[in-house]
Write a protein that binds this ligand. Structure first.
Ligand code: FES
Length: 85
Protein backbone atom coordinates (compact mmCIF):
# COMPACT_ATOMS: atom_id res chain seq x y z
CA UNK A 1 0.00 0.00 0.00
CA UNK A 2 1.24 3.44 -0.90
CA UNK A 3 2.15 5.58 2.09
CA UNK A 4 0.36 8.91 1.84
CA UNK A 5 2.08 11.90 3.36
CA UNK A 6 0.55 15.33 3.60
CA UNK A 7 2.58 18.50 3.50
CA UNK A 8 1.25 21.22 5.79
CA UNK A 9 2.50 24.77 5.42
CA UNK A 10 2.12 27.27 8.21
CA UNK A 11 3.06 30.90 7.80
CA UNK A 12 5.69 32.07 10.25
CA UNK A 13 5.71 35.68 9.09
CA UNK A 14 5.44 38.48 11.63
CA UNK A 15 1.71 39.20 11.15
CA UNK A 16 0.80 35.54 11.48
CA UNK A 17 3.04 35.18 14.51
CA UNK A 18 1.27 38.16 16.02
CA UNK A 19 -2.04 36.46 15.29
CA UNK A 20 -1.03 33.25 17.06
CA UNK A 21 0.74 31.03 14.54
CA UNK A 22 3.37 30.11 17.14
CA UNK A 23 0.72 28.57 19.37
CA UNK A 24 -0.84 26.82 16.37
CA UNK A 25 2.57 25.41 15.44
CA UNK A 26 3.05 24.02 18.96
CA UNK A 27 -0.43 22.48 19.00
CA UNK A 28 0.00 21.02 15.51
CA UNK A 29 3.39 19.55 16.34
CA UNK A 30 2.01 17.64 19.30
CA UNK A 31 -1.11 16.65 17.35
CA UNK A 32 0.95 15.35 14.41
CA UNK A 33 3.16 13.26 16.66
CA UNK A 34 0.32 11.23 18.06
CA UNK A 35 -2.89 9.51 17.05
CA UNK A 36 -3.96 8.75 13.49
CA UNK A 37 -1.85 11.53 11.97
CA UNK A 38 1.45 10.20 13.28
CA UNK A 39 3.89 9.69 10.40
CA UNK A 40 1.42 11.02 7.82
CA UNK A 41 2.32 14.71 7.85
CA UNK A 42 5.20 17.07 7.47
CA UNK A 43 4.80 20.53 8.97
CA UNK A 44 6.74 23.25 7.19
CA UNK A 45 6.96 26.81 8.45
CA UNK A 46 7.13 29.37 5.67
CA UNK A 47 7.91 33.03 5.30
CA UNK A 48 5.08 35.50 4.73
CA UNK A 49 2.55 34.07 2.26
CA UNK A 50 1.33 37.56 1.34
CA UNK A 51 -2.11 36.99 2.83
CA UNK A 52 -1.52 38.88 6.06
CA UNK A 53 -5.09 40.17 6.28
CA UNK A 54 -6.18 36.57 6.82
CA UNK A 55 -3.53 35.80 9.44
CA UNK A 56 -2.78 33.24 10.70
CA UNK A 57 -2.58 31.32 7.42
CA UNK A 58 -1.98 27.64 6.80
CA UNK A 59 -2.04 25.54 3.61
CA UNK A 60 -3.08 21.90 3.47
CA UNK A 61 -2.95 20.48 -0.07
CA UNK A 62 -4.91 22.90 -2.23
CA UNK A 63 -6.78 24.36 0.68
CA UNK A 64 -5.92 27.69 2.29
CA UNK A 65 -6.84 27.89 5.96
CA UNK A 66 -7.45 31.57 6.62
CA UNK A 67 -7.69 32.88 10.17
CA UNK A 68 -6.68 29.35 10.98
CA UNK A 69 -6.78 27.41 14.21
CA UNK A 70 -4.99 24.15 14.96
CA UNK A 71 -8.38 22.36 14.95
CA UNK A 72 -9.24 23.74 11.53
CA UNK A 73 -5.90 22.64 10.08
CA UNK A 74 -6.13 19.16 11.64
CA UNK A 75 -9.62 18.79 10.14
CA UNK A 76 -8.29 19.71 6.69
CA UNK A 77 -5.38 17.26 7.05
CA UNK A 78 -7.78 14.45 7.93
CA UNK A 79 -9.94 15.39 4.94
CA UNK A 80 -6.91 15.39 2.65
CA UNK A 81 -5.75 12.01 3.95
CA UNK A 82 -9.27 10.56 3.88
CA UNK A 83 -9.18 10.03 7.62
CA UNK A 84 -12.44 11.20 9.08
CA UNK A 85 -13.12 11.33 12.76
S1 FES B 1 2.74 37.09 7.81
FE1 FES B 1 1.57 35.35 7.32
S2 FES B 1 0.71 35.87 5.42
FE2 FES B 1 1.99 37.54 5.88
Amino acid sequence: MKHKRQLVFLCGGSDCKGAGSKTIKKELKSELKSGVLKGHCKLIETKCLDMCKSAPVGIVGNHFCKKASADHIVKEIKKALDLQG
